[in-house]
Design a binder for this molecule. Sequence first.
Ligand code: CAA
Length: 281
Amino acid sequence: MQKIMVIGAGQMGSGIAQVCAQAGYNIVLNDLKTDFVERGLAVINKNLSRQVDKNKLTAEQKDEILARITRSTTLQDAEGVDLVIEAAVENMEIKTKIFAQLDAIAPEHTILASNTSSLPITEIAAATNRPEKVIGMHFMNPVPVMKLVEIIRGLATADEVYQTIEDITKKIGKVPVEVEDFPGFVANRILMPMINEAIYTLYEGVATKESIDEVMKLGMNHPMGPLTLADFIGLDTCLYIMETLYDGFGDPKYRPCPLLRKYVKAGWLGKKSGRGFYVYE
Ligand code: CAA
C-alpha cells in the first residue's frame, strides 16, 4: 500500500487525507471541483500549522506532509492507486455510481473503502465486480482527533482485505473495531437514538437546550452535550442516519423527532449553516 485516493475533500475527506499523509502515504485528494479540493487543503494546512505552533511538528515536516497530497478532480486518477477511501455525500445512488466507476478504472488489486456512516456496505459492493475488495472504513469527526475507525465487513468482504485495512488503520494511529454490516453499524446505532431522544426532550418541553446539554456534559462526562453534538455533526446527517435506522430495522423506536425534520426543512443544519439548535457567528 503506497498510494491512497480520498474522494470528497469536505470535513471527513480532508481529515482522512491529513491523517493518511501524516502517516507517510501518498494521497490523491479528489472532489468535483478544484475549489472544493483547495478548501479541503486549506483546512489541512490550518490543522498542520496549529501543530507546528504547538511544537508537535516542524515546519519542514508540515511541508513534507503537504507535498504528499496531490489534487484531483477526476475519478480517472484512481488508475494508479492501491486504496480508495470514499467520503462523498451520504446518498446511496451517488455512492453506487462512484463505486461502479472506480471499479472500471482502478487496478485489480485496489481496495475500495467507503466512509459511510450508516449505508449498507454490501449494497455499495454489489455495484462493483469486486465485492470481496469493498469494505467500510468509518472515521469519526473530527478525524485528526478521534481515535476510532469502525471497519465494516460487507457480506462478501475477503479476510485478507479486512486484515489490510486493519493494518492501515493502526498505521495511521487509529484504533480499529470490527463491525458487521447492519444499519448504523455500532457507533450511530447507539449515538443517534441518544441525540434523537435529546431532541424529543427539547420538543416536549422537558428542559431548555442548554439544560439538556449541561445534564449530559456534567452528568455523563460527555465532551459535548447531544444538541451541540448534533449541530457539530450536521442536522441533515443526523436525520439521514435516523431514517436509515428506521428503514433498515422497521422499528418505531427509531422514528426521527418531528423537530429534527422541521429544522432540516428550514435549512437549519447546525454549525455548517450558521444555525441549528444554537446560532453560530
Ligand atoms: N480538527 C482538528 N483538530 C481539532 C479539531 C478539528 N476540527 N477540533 C479540535 N481539534 C484539536 C485541537 O487542536 C486540540 O489539539 P491538541 O490536544 O493537540 O491541543 C484538541 O483537538 C482539543 O481541542 P480543543 O481544546 O479546542 O477543544 P475540546 O477539548 O473541547 O475538544 C472536541 C474538541 C475534540 C471536538 C471535543 O469536544 C469532542 O470530543 N467532542 C465530541 C466529538 C464526537 O463525539 N465526535 C463523534 C461524532 S459522531 C461521528 O463522527 C460519526 C458519524 O458518522 C456522525
